[in-house]
Ligand binder design. Structure first.
Ligand SMILES: [Zn+2]
Ligand SMILES: [Zn+2]
Length: 255
């Protein structure tokens, strides 16, 4: 089967796929022509780089290999291509930043991703913990007009269902935002953001959903145990132990 048409993701015959098909990116890449595959891969890389930079992380190729679950040699080859196309800059210490052109592509895709997540969660009733993986597939097929109409239909949301602002809406975050691992014992916090890196794990997101660790929910810090690097949270309805590492990717306001 070949799909040598422009915008082929829109024309991809989804209805031909078996009922239990996992809509992984691999499946899409495998069945699409080279030109389309490249553009999706490029968008994915730029989006991940953008997301990590937004989370104040230094981005190096190893981080991309981990996040994209691919080999360092594949990452290296793709980064060379992105550099050639003037979408990224690789610094002396191998840290990666986006050029103006790279930011534009990343922001466009990121806006679509977060809009689609909101639509799937708020209008289609798909679970909060799994909208990310569906949005990851749909985001590449949205035309400018559909994106515009979707934003209008959703009344111009400022953030995704996990609290991450749409590009250009960072000012909507509270000024006193800190990461949960920094909060001392005895304090109560309101969850503001679950960082996008955590969205990749559906099991972890399901745990958050079950424990009410979601934007807008309140939790008290009952214990912090340095030796195990874990903290105990208590909300009105449940208790949860999480690691400092996970807590460092949750943005909160102390109440
Ligand atoms: Zn997401
Ligand atoms: Zn999200």
């Amino acid at each position: 089967m070949k799909y040598f048409l422009n915008n082929s993701i829109l024309k991809f015959p989804w209805y031909n796929l078996p009922f239990n098909t996992q809509f992984s990116h691999i499946a899409i890449h495998y069945t699409m022509p080279m030109q389309e595959r490249s553009s999706i891969v490029v968008e994915e890389y730029l989006q991940v780089i953008y997301s990590l930079i937004s989370e104040n992380q230094i981005v190096k190729s190893i981080h991309l290999a981990n996040r994209l679950k691919t080999s360092p040699s594949t990452v290296h080859a793709t980064l060379s291509r992105l550099q050639r196309d003037k979408l990224i800059i690789v610094g002396k210490k191998k840290e990666i930043t986006l050029t103006k052109k790279g930011v534009k592509v990343a922001e466009d895709l990121t806006r679509r991703h977060r809009l689609v997540e909101t639509f799937l969660c708020d209008k289609l009733g798909i679970s909060w913990h799994e909208v990310h993986k569906h949005a990851h597939i749909l985001e590449h097929g949205l035309t400018d007009l559909v994106e515009e109409k979707l934003a209008e239909f959703m009344d111009f949301p400022k953030s995704c269902p996990h609290g991450t602002p749409l590009p250009g809406e960072k000012d909507t975050l509270p000024k006193d935002l800190i990461t949960l691992d920094k909060v001392p014992i005895g304090k109560e916090v309101k969850i503001i953001i679950i960082y996008e890196s955590l969205e990749e794990s559906v099991d972890l997101m399901k745990f958050f959903q079950d424990k009410g660790i979601k934007p807008g929910k309140k939790h008290s810090i009952l214990e912090k145990t340095d030796v195990t690097k874990t903290m105990l949270l208590q909300s009105e309805s449940s208790a949860a132990t999480i690691s400092y590492e996970i807590a460092s990717q949750i943005g909160v306001s102390v109440i």
